[in-house]
Ligand binder design. Sequence first.
Ligand code: 5AD
Ligand code: SF4
Length: 380
Amino acid sequence: MKNKSSVYIRTFGCQMNERDSEFVTGILLEKGFCLADSPDKADVVIYNSCSVRKHAEDRMISNMGQLKKIKKDNPDIIMGIMGCTAEHRGKGLFNSLPHLDFVCGTGNIGTIPDIIKKIIKKREKELHVGKLSGHLPEANPRHRNDKRSAYVSISRGCNNYCTYCIVPYVRGNERSRRPDDIIKEVEDLLVRGYVNITLLGQNVNSYGKDLEGNINFVKLLRAMDALNGKKNIKFMTSHPKDASIELFETMGELKGISKHLHLPAQSGSDKILLNMNRRYDSKYYLSKIKHFRKIVPDHMLTTDVIVGFPGETEKDFEATKSLLKQVRFNAAYIFKYSPRPPAPSSKMEDDVPREVKEKRHRELLVLQKSISKNKRILYD
Ligand code: 5AD
Ligand code: SF4
């Protein structure tokens, strides 16, 4: 390998993936790599993949497929897929993408520098998946993509098993990072002048349940708020069943904590919520919102919604519309249902036709747009 090898990383999917790509970039920079600004100029190309919806997975695979020509012109280039689709599809990706050199699942990303080394030495394909439990990589490379805003991951995986969701299968069960490591990371960022810090976890409100000692999410927020320096600490995602009154009171009280709550509703229909295994009904959700609004007056409220879940009738869809109208979120992210085996809903008949999903999707976008237009966005 040349003195300074270059890496190009492209990210598909959520903030968690953004952070993972940044982490891998950081550890490679510390190993002496530099950054390439396009795949054809790189020695190593890595696509960080998302598998939450099939469309995202297909798009990544098709994009990686297009890199075949680069590999043909430059057989020494190393190409890999990391993240959720790597975990989900594993070895099968080598069949669909024969020019691929490595597949690295979500729990193995800390070993990417070693994987690259091995490939250079042996020129064999490397498959590293299946590490979905145990300790999280605690390396804390200095590299950050942005100068003022930073993501800090506080936990990985999820125990909720919403029936439509592939996350527990590709990121494993929930594992919280140790509070001291998190606080140290945030403290370092504040010293470096970072103001906007977003704490990431699939279900931040259940942070610490798997740790020994007397720690929970509210305590973690309090410890962060007490750190020196100007700060705006945001967090996502919250699950309605775990977002507590105590959390709202803490958000209302502490100056350094953002007043933005992202609280995915997913549906307004109790039947659909039950079949999604969300473990709340619309009445419970609305009462949470009512409490939040009362306790945190100058807030911002956003949500996620899925349309076209199996069995969703016009009446169920009307209930979702009604929920959006009642709550008047600042913003809503609206998704068309996509069956994701092995998530359990993939065994239910995907009986809402594509055109109906699309129509409902469009309808909710228009509805939410008219609501958002009339709302003052208080925090970004
Ligand atoms: N189909 C459509 N949307 C999904 N989401 C998760 N799984 C699916 C799926 N199978 C959405 C949910 C979640 C967001 C991150 O992605 O709304 O909150
Ligand atoms: Fe998926 Fe539900 Fe966990 Fe969110 S809470 S990651 S939707 S299983």
